[in-house]
Design a protein around this ligand. Structure first.
Ligand SMILES: O=C(CO)[C@H](O)[C@H](O)COP(=O)(O)O
Length: 238
C-alpha cells in the first residue's frame, strides 16, 4: 500500500514535469509528493534544463540543493511562472487544505506570487468536502492560547466543532521555519471554506491558515487507473 502510494506520488510528479519549460521561475512545494517532483526536476536540471526555483521550506531548499537545482529567494524572484506543490486535501473547485508539513505560510506566499499553481497528489487526497484532515492554522507564539480560544469561538459561531490542538513533535511544540506555532483544527466537514478562511484571517495572532482557495489552477492526481488532470472552474476567483 505504502509502496503504491509512493508510485502514485511519483506518477503525479512526473506528469507535472510536463508543465515545466526551460527559463521558468518555479516555486517548489514541501512534503513527500513535492519531494518526488524535486527529485525528478533535479534529473532534468542535471540534463541541462534551465530553471530558477524558490523553495517553500528549509527542507525543500536542502533537497533541491542536493539534487543540483539552482535556488533563489522570493525577493530575488518576486514573480514566479509556476509553483508545484502537494496538498493534504483537494476539494471542489481545487480548494485545498495544506500545512500538514508545517510550511503553509511560505507555501501560500509562494503560490500567490505564481502565475499558476499545480497541485500534485495521489487520489486518496481527493474529497467531496474539505475537513477530514485537521486544518492547520499557523499562529504567532505570543498569546497562543488566546488565539486558540478565538479560533474556537469563530468555529462555534460558524456551526463548527472539534478539538483545536497545538501541534507537538517529539514532546515539544512544533515550530515552523518562520518561528510560528501550528494549531490543528479537527472540525470535520467544512461546508463553507471561504467563510472560515475569512474568519480566520480576521483573528489577531493567526499568521495564516491552510485553506488555499482560488490558488490552485490545476491538480494532477494519480490513481491506480492512471493520472487525471483537474482544472479549476473559470468562475472561481483567485
Ligand atoms: O502542505 C504541505 C506541507 O505544508 C504538504 O504539501 C502536504 O502536507 C502534503 O504532503 P505530502 O505530499 O507529504 O502528503
Amino acid at each position: 500500500m505504502a509502496a503504491n502510494s509512493e508510485a502514485l506520488k511519483r506518477a503525479a510528479a512526473a506528469r507535472a514535469l510536463e508543465e515545466v519549460e526551460s527559463g521558468m521561475r518555479l516555486g517548489l512545494g514541501t512534503g513527500s509528493t513535492a519531494n518526488a517532483f524535486i527529485e525528478l526536476l533535479g534529473e532534468r536540471v542535471r540534463g541541462g534544463l534551465d530553471v530558477r526555483c524558490v523553495p517553500t521550506s528549509e527542507a525543500t531548499a536542502t533537497l533541491a540543493g542536493q539534487v543540483g537545482i539552482t535556488l533563489a529567494t522570493l525577493d530575488d524572484l518576486p514573480e514566479l511562472d509556476l509553483t508545484v506543490d502537494g496538498a493534504d486535501e483537494i476539494g471542489p473547485d481545487l480548494a485545498l487544505i495544506k500545512g500538514g508539513g508545517g510550511a503553509l505560510l511560505r507555501e501560500k506566499i509562494v503560490a500567490a506570487a505564481s502565475g499558476a499553481m499545480v497541485v500534485i497528489a495521489d487520489n486518496a487526497k481527493l474529497v467531496g468536502t474539505l475537513g477530514r484532515f485537521p486544518l492547520p492554522i499557523e499562529i504567532v507564539p505570543f498569546g497562543a492560547e488566546a488565539t486558540r480560544r478565538a479560533v474556537l469561538r469563530l468555529a462555534e459561531a460558524q456551526g463548527l466543532a472539534g478539538e483545536v490542538r497545538l501541534r507537538a513533535r517529539d514532546g515539544h511544540v512544533f515550530v515552523t521555519d518562520g518561528g510560528h506555532f501550528i494549531l490543528d483544527a479537527g472540525f470535520g466537514a467544512i461546508p463553507d471554506p471561504a467563510a472560515l478562511a475569512c474568519g480566520l484571517a480576521g483573528i489577531p495572532g493567526v499568521a495564516e491558515h491552510g485553506l488555499f482557495i482560488g490558488l490552485a489552477t490545476k491538480a494532477i492526481v494519480a490513481g491506480d487507473g492512471g493520472v487525471q488532470v483537474l482544472t479549476r472552474s473559470a468562475n472561481t476567483e483567485s
